[in-house]
Structure formats: C-alpha cells, structure tokens
Design a protein around this ligand. Structure first.
Ligand SMILES: Cc1ncc(COP(=O)(O)O)c(C=O)c1O
Ligand SMILES: N[C@@H](CCOP(=O)(O)O)C(=O)O
Length: 462
C-alpha cells in the first residue's frame, strides 16, 4: 500500500514513511493510493469479534509491508490494554433507533486515545528499527494534546511539544497536559486560538530547514495513521447493529474533520453507512459550507465544547480531494485561496459529491446545555458537551435506519458545562482523582513562528 498527497506534488510513501512524515512536503495530507475493498462476507465476519481483532482485520490492508503480522497484532494488543472498558467502545441505546458509541474509556478519556495509543506503539517499533529520534509537535484544542503526551511520555526516541490555546481549554484538559513530569514532555500555552496553534504547526512543517534539523513529526490527524485507527470503530459499531445486512448512520461531533473522515473511508471500503452527519457547535464553518458551498473563515468564538472550536478544519482537505475527483491541483488552488483570502467556493460538482455522503447540522450553546439536561433526565446518560452537540444534531436526522452518535469525550473532562446543565459535577475516574493536586509545568508562548522554533530547538534533547 502506498500513500499520495492531496496536493499531488509530494513523494509517494509507504505507510511507515507517511506516518513518520506527518504533513506532505507539498503542504498536503497523505491518503491511500487505493482504498481497500471489504466484501459483505468480510464485513459480516467482523460481528462479535473482540475490538482488537476487528482492529487488525480493518487496518492490516493499509499497513501491509511496513510491519509484520505478528508485530502489528502485538502493537494493537498493547495499544488497547490500558482501556478502562472490556468492550473498548461500548454502545448504549438512547432511544428506539438511536445509539451512543462511548469512545471515552481510554487513558485520557477522549476518542483520541484510540489512535494515539496505537501510534505511540507504532512509532516506538519503527524508530527503534531505524535507530532514529524525532521531535513531535502537536496542536490541540484540548484532547489531542493530552492523548499525545500520554502516548509518548518518557520515550527516549521522542520529544513531544504540544501547543494549546492559552485559557481556551478546560482545566482537566490543561492539567492532563501540564502535570506529567517526564523531561521529554513540553506543554506550551500559546497566545491565540486553536487555528493559530495549527497554523504555526503547519508553518513548521513547511519550513524545511527547521523540519529536517529537528526531525519533525506530527500526530495530529494530518497524520494518516490517526485517521486509520479511527476507521475501526465504525466497523465495530456497525456490525454490532447488523451491518452489512442492515445499513446504519453515524453522527459525528466535528472540528478538524479527522473523525468523520475516518467514517468516509469506512464507507468507501464497503461499510453500508447511509447518513454520515457532521455535527458542529457555534463554530459552524463546515455546516455553512455544506449548506451554501462557501467555506469562509470568520474567527473562532469560544464555546462550552472547546475541543471543537475550530475554523480551519484540516481534514476537510482530504474530503475535497475525493470530491474534486482526486485532482491535486484543484485542491492546492483551494488551499491557496484559503490562506490568501480566508475562504473559497466549492464547485457545484464537488458540493454535490460532498452532499451525497455528508449531511450536517449545528447546535447552539443553549441547545447543547438543554440536550445534556434532557438526556440525563430521560436516560441517565451524562454527555460531555461535544457528544451533546452530536446527539442534538443526530435527533434531527433520525429515520428508519439505526443512528449511532459518537460520544467523543468523558463528561468529567468538562465538569463546569455538565454542572451548569444538570446540577451534577461528574467525578474523574479513580486513577486520576488527584489531578487537581498535581503540580503543573507549562511555558507561555507568543504566536510567533521564529520564537517557537528557537524554543523547540533549545529544549529538545539533542
Ligand atoms: C471531544 C472532542 N469531540 C470532537 C472533536 C472533533 O473531532 P475532529 O477534530 O476529528 O473532527 C474533538 C477534537 O478533535 C474532540 O476533542
Ligand atoms: N479537537 C482536537 C483538535 C486537533 O484535532 P486533531 O484530530 O487534528 O488532532 C483536539 O482536541 O486537540
């Protein structure tokens, strides 16, 4: 299996190379040259298997020559061993035809652990084999950062620097990033929003002298391996509800478009997904783009679902690549317009293609709070605000097909919003009950590329 860039001008890479490279050198994102196809029999055979076995069968065709089968099975086993639920991704029923897939039982209580725990193991094996070290720089609106730190803390071959927007993540998210004491972990609070963090990260990747000097690697969902790991739970959940014999729909709380793009790939692999619904908070650029065809940035408004406070949604580029018939030049032109003019218009053909796959909706702050309160009263399920955005939008798309909403974080990560809605403050699991007592270590940084690069060069272990 080989990987190509969405902008068509970067070297074609193997899975391992694409994983260690992160952003393509033409500024694009890596996607598989061909998408493996699963027959109805292949899909039916997944029903009832343990999560780890589903993970192996779904991901193996994408990985092939980069790892041996034995290595890859062992990596998967280690990745999910620390999850706090035997099913890894349990599903609960919310209504007659509505299900919630709980993706928050990993070590940092967010869906990011599914991919990050796997990537941590993959990086270790690959770097040890190559005798190399890397500098990981990540941008986070709260959850990617803590999951990355958890996956890479204490590893000799990796320094991990996480940029998060100062004052715009929840206290639990911040503490998860600032309390690890390992010398290879560096939490950086940037004066700006998540889009600024992600823009500086991409600037670093596009500054080849810096990139090569520090052996820059990325673990945001710009990294194909992140998307790959997230495809698995679409198959796991859909087969639990009767796929391939019965189609299902998914609603996904969306920010950087990585999670829902994994659903798009699952669908292209043959999984019968009827509706794939983008659920946004008040930062609704994706919903506006799907409705009007105009992808126009307008500044981030802080919300009670802070991990989705994003305007420049990285993985939308991957969806555009397919909507434009895999035309890298067209994608590169749109991305130039986004950088230069703050937006672009999606062509009629591409918009139609996107609408054939994706539906969309938005939840206001008020609607998010009332959804948390109502679900708690009606079902006893306490939702985090991101999952509540998903549930509210899913309810607008219910029909005869079972709808699965992705619950992307544990409510205890966002206790203020949950308390405002329900009067209850959800407790942290026992293993992190002392999080508020641990001492913090963080560096406040300006939104300045040169200063950030200098700090990273100085801090990383040479
Ligand atoms: C809790 C939570 N929900 C939803 C999202 C949105 O996911 P994506 O960025 O893959 O669209 C994020 C962050 O990415 C998140 O942390
Ligand atoms: N919501 C994310 C933003 C970064 O997304 P990623 O999936 O591209 O890593 C976060 O929590 O950091």
């Amino acid at each position: 299996m080989k990987y190509i860039s969405t902008r068509g001008q970067a070297p074609i890479l193997s899975f391992e190379e694409a994983m260690l490279t992160g952003l393509a050198r033409d500024g694009g994102l890596y996607v598989p040259q061909d998408i493996p196809q699963f027959s109805a029999a292949d899909i039916a055979a997944l029903a009832g298997l343990p999560y780890e076995e589903v993970a192996f069968r779904v991901m193996w065709p994408f990985v092939g020559e980069s790892f041996t089968e034995e290595e890859f099975r062992e990596i998967i086993a280690k990745a999910y061993a620390s999850f706090g639920h035997a099913a890894r991704a349990p599903m609960v029923q919310l209504g007659a035809n509505h299900f919630l897939l709980e993706l928050f039982h990993g070590p940092t209580l967010a869906f990011k652990d599914f991919a990050m725990q796997l990537i941590g193991q993959l990086f270790q094996v690959a770097l040890q084999r190559r005798g190399e070290k890397v500098t990981i720089v990540g941008a986070t609106s709260g959850d990617t950062g803590s999951a990355a730190i958890e996956a890479f803390r204490g590893l000799d071959a990796v320094d991990v620097f996480i940029l998060f927007p100062h004052g715009r993540v929840s206290e639990v998210q911040r503490r998860q990033m600032t309390t690890p004491s390992e010398a290879n972990v560096h939490a950086l609070a940037l004066d700006g929003d998540f889009d600024d963090c992600q823009a500086r990260l991409k600037d670093m990747f596009n500054h080849f002298e810096f990139r090569d000097e520090v052996s820059l690697a990325g673990v945001n969902s710009i990294n194909w391996a992140r998307v790959l790991a997230q495809i698995v739970y679409y198959f796991f959940a859909a087969t639990a509800l009767g796929a391939p014999h019965r189609p299902v729909s998914f609603t996904v709380p969306t920010g950087n478009f990585g999670d829902i793009f994994a659903g798009f790939i699952a669908r292209r692999m043959g999984l019968p997904i009827e509706q794939l619904v983008i659920a946004t908070n008040q930062n609704d650029i994706l919903h506006r783009a799907m409705t009007s065809g105009g992808y126009v940035t307008s500044g981030v408004a802080p919300s009670i679902s802070p991990s989705m406070d994003i305007q420049v949604s990285s993985n939308f580029e991957r969806a555009l690549f397919y909507a434009y018939g895999r035309d890298g030049n067209a994608v590169a032109q749109l991305m130039d317009e986004l950088k230069g003019q703050g937006g672009f218009t999606i062509s009629q053909g591409a918009l139609q293609s996107l609408r054939e796959t994706f539906a969309s909706g938005r939840a206001s702050e008020e609607e998010t709070l009332t959804t948390i309160a109502r679900l708690c009263a009606e079902t006893g399920e306490i939702l985090c605000p991101h999952s509540a955005v998903g549930v509210k939008v899913a309810e607008e798309h219910l029909d005869a097909t079972p709808m699965i909403t992705l619950a992307t974080a544990h409510p205890a990560k966002f206790p203020d919003a949950v308390e405002a809605a329900t009067g209850q403050r959800p407790p942290l699991p026992n293993r992190m009950a002392d999080l508020y007592e641990r001492s913090e270590r963080v560096t406040r940084v300006a939104n300045d590329l040169a200063a950030l690069e200098a700090l990273i060069k100085e801090r990383r272990a040479s």
